[in-house]
Design a protein around this ligand. Structure first.
Ligand code: ARG
Length: 629
């Protein structure tokens, strides 16, 4: 009957059983609506179906739902009685019974727990084995999603604070693409701000030409750090830096002069503009080097400077539409229900960060027609984004319709803390440079490279170095991605490089270990996949550890769906950790290469599938998997 609503959902080789159970429940709820024996209408169904989840313990079956509880409450009926009615309808659905065992009765207060049929699970394993996408089907309605992430303010060295946006943004881009969305990544560089005023001022007052010729990046970095101290003129900073102190004494107005240099750049001053054009490629090379080490690449890098010609028009448009007005010489957007306006032009005529963001939204809407724009940015900017988004939605004029239909999301994240629980700083109190951080991770990783039980002898020095790069950088990325993104987290090299536990190194070892099995058995993995896919009956799941591993390996589609629902990459790391755990229990207890016949084929296929699933998962996080450790 549900077939009439959703078509048959029980195609052989179906791999996503949670989705199948949802479709079964959808059919059952639909029947109840038609029959009039439940107090719901069609609009309630999607919300109810979210209450179909994996079980936490296999003694409760593989999937469970609590839908009977809220329904019973509305109906003033006993949840168990209502659940029984749903169960009898489930059991009468041939699609359901093709995939799941008939349900005997509700459990506890009214849970409906279901168990995937062994033969359906075996078919799913076979199908995933034969599929490059591991059985993960692309989303039914792909969207165009713009992802704004990393976006450092260039001309300052990148520091630890940039890691989260870069790593989370990159992982989300990979996962959303894998799900079948059209993803456009755009690095919204801060390439127009006061940091350039500092470099321009420094260039004019204290440049070292020889140093610049030898290493322009380092010299610009030096100028930035020096001038920042001079301009800020904090006594304690100057006391610690005689060169800065001397400059500050000679230029008591440095702070004001730096702002003037910025203003001159913005007004089109020829010299400053020329210098900016000279410095930009230097700054770009610097960040590109770091992105290359992180395996991060962008489709576009349209910095703030790109949008400058549009800003006056944005302000005019918002004023004309009545959304913005003058207040004490400045211009602000006054939104209903907000005390403070969003400033879009200062009294001195300068535009602001928000003005650029509004211009950027309009530009992206016009050129890319996105369904969604995601901003992976520090939680401290949440007020900024709330106001910018509200303004964009209220924006009248020609772009109105398009803007109103774009979903704008601030994917916020917490701060990186040191082991003392305070924002991560060097011992001297400076922010930690990103490059130095990556170097240290790699150096520490060198110590554990070659320790693996399956390391083939004779890695030479350059191989060891390459593996250490993958392990060290993987550790840093994984440590970040495995955190709940909204909370602060403590950065600890010791923890992130542990070989046991939820770390990149553990996962990288797991891949090497799982894939090593096929190697030791002389198994042609490709041939195995083809054989299994062509003959699903060659898979037979008997032992509970085989079943559990199979279900975990096939859960990737559901996990990616959950990641997307809340932009939480840590759900993927949690799955990887669980999958690796399921594999250990399986492999420690059951012989694989020594097994025979169908059992051997089944277990080899499970090893192969697990290895591919772990590898795929790491790849979706942007973490490299070395061939050996
Ligand atoms: N450059 C900004 C910063 O470092 C982040 C930019 C985020 N993206 C945006 N469209 N505002 O704080």
């Amino acid at each position: 009957m549900s077939a009439s609503v959703h078509g048959s959902y029980a195609q052989p080789g179906r791999t996503d059983f949670r989705e199948a159970f949802r479709l079964a429940m959808a059919g059952v709820l639909q029947q109840a609506i038609v029959a009039g024996d439940l107090p719901i209408d069609a609009g309630d169904v999607p919300g109810l179906l979210e209450q179909v989840r994996e079980t936490t313990d296999s003694k409760f079956g593989d999937y469970t739902t609590t839908v009977a509880m809220p329904l019973a409450k509305r109906q003033r009926e006993k949840p168990r009685t209502l659940a029984e009615r749903l169960i009898s309808r489930l059991n009468a659905d041939p699609d359901f019974t093709a995939l799941f065992e008939p349900v005997a009765e509700p459990v506890g207060p009214g849970f409906i727990n279901v168990r995937v049929r062994d033969d359906a699970l075996a078919h799913g394993v076979a199908a995933a084995c034969g599929d490059v996408r591991l059985g993960v089907r692309p989303v039914a309605q792909p969207e165009t999603i713009v992802l704004d992430y990393s976006s450092p303010n260039v001309a300052k060295p990148m520091h630890v604070g940039h890691i989260r946006s870069t790593v989370i943004g990159d992982a989300l881009a990979r996962m959303l693409r894998f799900r079948g969305h059209t993803v456009i990544t755009d690095n919204h560089l801060g390439d127009w701000g006061t940091q350039f005023g500092m470099i321009l001022w420094g260039w004019k007052h204290c440049r070292d030409e020889a140093a610049y010729a030898a290493d322009p990046t380092a010299e610009l970095g030096r100028l930035y750090r020096l001038v920042r101290k001079v301009a800020d003129a904090k006594p304690e900073e100057l006391a610690a830096d005689p060169i800065a102190a001397e400059l500050a004494a000679a230029h008591p107005e440095a702070g004001r002069e730096v702002l003037l240099e910025t203003a001159k750049l913005h007004e089109g001053d020829e010299e400053n503009r020329r210098l900016w054009e000279e410095f930009m490629p230097v700054c770009r090379r610097e960040i590109e080097r770091i992105y290359a080490r992180l395996d991060v690449a962008f489709d576009h890098t349209l910095g703030e400077s790109f949008f400058q010609p549009l800003l006056a028009g944005v302000v005019d448009d918002l004023v004309a539409g009545g959304l913005a007005r003058e207040s004490r010489g400045a211009i602000g957007v006054f939104l209903e229900g907000r005390e403070t306006p969003l400033l879009i032009r200062k009294a001195d005529g300068a535009f602001l960060y928000a003005t650029t963001d509004l211009a950027t939204i309009a530009w992206r809407a016009e050129h890319w027609q996105p369904d969604r724009i995601l901003y992976v940015v520090d939680h401290r900017q949440s007020q900024h984004f709330q106001q910018v988004f509200a303004t964009a939605r209220a924006w009248g004029g020609r772009a109105a319709e398009q803007l109103a239909s774009i979903q704008l999301v601030h994917v916020a994240f917490g701060t990186v803390l040191g082991e003392d629980g305070k924002p991560f700083k060097t011992r001297a109190g400076d922010t930690v440079g990103l490059e130095a951080l990556l170097d240290e991770g790699v150096t520490r990783a060198l110590a554990i490279v070659g320790e693996g039980e399956h390391t083939r002898q004779g890695m030479d020095e350059s191989q060891r170095q390459a593996v250490a790069e993958a392990v060290g950088i993987g550790a840093i990325k994984y440590a970040d991605l495995s955190q709940n993104r909204t909370t602060d987290y403590v950065f600890s090299f010791d923890k992130m490089l542990e070989l046991k536990g939820n770390t990149a190194a553990y996962m990288q070892y797991a891949v090497a270990r799982v894939e090593g099995i096929a190697g030791r058995g002389g198994i042609d993995r490709e041939a195995l996949r083809q054989q299994v896919a062509a003959d699903p009956a060659s898979i037979e799941l008997v032992d509970p550890r085989e079943r559990r591993l199979a279900l975990a390996a096939l859960r990737l589609a559901a996990v990616l769906e959950d990641v997307e629902a809340d932009y939480r990459p840590n759900l993927l790391t949690a799955w990887l950790f669980e999958l690796a755990g399921c594999f250990s229990s399986f492999y420690d207890a059951l012989p694989v290469l020594k097994a025979e016949g169908r059992q051997r084929t089944t277990r080899l296929a499970l090893c192969d599938l697990t290895g591919r699933a772990l590898r795929q998962g790491l790849e979706l996080l942007g973490i490299r998997v070395p061939l050996q450790m």
